[in-house]
Design a protein around this ligand. Structure first.
Ligand SMILES: [Zn+2]
Length: 285
C-alpha cells in the first residue's frame, strides 16, 4: 500500500480531533450488575461533563479547530445543556451507544434499538441526525457494521486496520489507534501500577505521531475524554499541540464526518485505498 492517499485540497496527511464524551456511562455499564458503594470514580468521571468539556470547548474555540464528539444517549439525556453547547459551538455530534454498550455485549436488535434511541435524542437536541459511530472501548463486532449501515450511518471510527480512511462494507472507517487515545496515558482512577503521564510528555508523544503521519501521508485520529484531557494543564498542552499542527500547513484538520464524506465522494476507489468486505472481518477458523 505505497500509493498516496488523496487528502483534501492537496494536503499531505490528516488530523481528526475527537472526544468520547462518555463521563460516567462506561462505569455504569461495566458495574451494572454490581454497583460500587463509593462515589469516587463516578465523581472523577462526572468532572468531564460538568467542567472538563468547557475547558475543551475553550481550547477548540481558541484554535478554531472543529472536533467530533461521540456521545452516549444516556449522557445526552443527563447533561443535555452541555451537548447542546457542543453543537452550538460548531462541532459534530456522533453516536457512542446508549449507556456505553460495546456491540459484542448486545444482540443485533438491542444494538439497533439503543442506537436508534440515542440518534433520536441527539437529533432532537441538535436538529442534526448523527452520521457516525464509535464503539465503546473500541470493541466492535462484525454484525455491528451491518447494523450501523442498516441505520443509515455513513461512517464508523472504532477499529485499527489501516492508518488512512478505508471502507468496511457500506461504511467508511475512520481508523483509531491506542497510541493516540488519551486513556492509555492519562486514565488513573487509583491503584494503577504507574502514575498518569504528564501533559508535556503526552504532547511530545503526540508530536511524534504527527511527524510520522506527515512523513507517511497517514491519519492521526486523536481520541480523548473530557474527564481526562479536560483538566486545565492537559487542555493547555492540547491547545499548543493543535496550534503546532495548524502551523505545519500540510495537515488537513477536520471532523471525522467531514473526512468520511471526502472519502466517499473522492478517495474511495483510488489506487491503494483499502476496501474490506464485512464477511471477511470475523474469526477465520
Ligand atoms: Zn467511550
Amino acid at each position: 500500500m505505497s500509493d498516496t492517499y488523496p487528502w483534501p485540497d492537496g494536503h499531505r496527511a490528516g488530523l481528526c480531533v475527537t472526544f468520547d464524551f462518555d463521563g460516567e456511562s462506561p462505569l455504569l455499564w461495566r458495574r451494572r450488575d454490581d454497583p460500587p458503594g463509593d462515589v469516587a470514580e463516578l465523581e472523577q468521571r462526572r468532572y468531564g461533563p460538568r467542567r472538563g468539556v468547557h475547558h475543551i470547548l475553550d481550547t477548540l474555540d481558541r484554535t478554531g479547530v472543529r472536533a467530533t464528539f461521540f456521545v452516549p444517549g444516556w449522557i445526552a439525556a443527563t447533561y443535555r445543556s452541555s451537548v447542546a453547547e457542543i453543537h452550538a459551538a460548531g462541532h459534530e455530534l456522533a453516536l457512542h451507544g446508549w449507556c456505553h454498550e460495546p456491540p459484542a455485549d448486545l444482540g443485533a436488535g438491542e444494538l439497533r434499538d439503543t442506537l436508534t434511541r440515542a440518534s433520536d435524542l441527539l437529533a432532537e437536541i441538535s436538529g442534526v441526525r448523527p452520521a457516525g459511530y464509535r464503539s465503546p472501548s473500541f470493541r466492535m463486532s462484525p454484525e455491528g457494521f451491518e447494523v450501523l449501515a442498516g441505520l443509515g450511518l455513513t461512517y464508523d471510527s472504532s477499529v485499527m486496520g489501516d492508518d488512512r480512511p478505508y471502507r468496511i462494507g457500506d461504511l467508511v472507517e475512520i481508523p483509531v489507534d491506542w497510541a493516540t487515545d488519551d486513556a492509555v496515558y492519562y486514565r488513573y482512577t487509583g491503584g494503577e501500577s504507574r502514575p498518569p503521564y504528564g501533559a508535556g510528555d503526552l504532547y511530545d508523544a503526540w508530536h511524534a505521531e504527527l511527524a510520522g503521519a506527515r512523513e507517511a501521508g497517514t491519519l492521526v485520529n486523536l481520541t480523548m475524554h473530557p474527564w481526562q484531557s479536560g483538566r486545565p494543564a492537559r487542555a493547555l498542552w492540547l491547545r499548543q499541540l493543535l496550534r503546532d499542527a495548524q502551523d505545519f500547513g500540510d495537515l488537513w484538520i477536520g471532523t471525522a464526518g467531514d473526512l468520511a464524506a471526502h472519502h466517499r465522494d473522492t478517495a474511495q476507489g483510488a489506487a491503494g485505498v483499502l476496501d474490506v468486505p464485512t464477511d471477511t472481518l470475523g474469526w477465520p477458523l
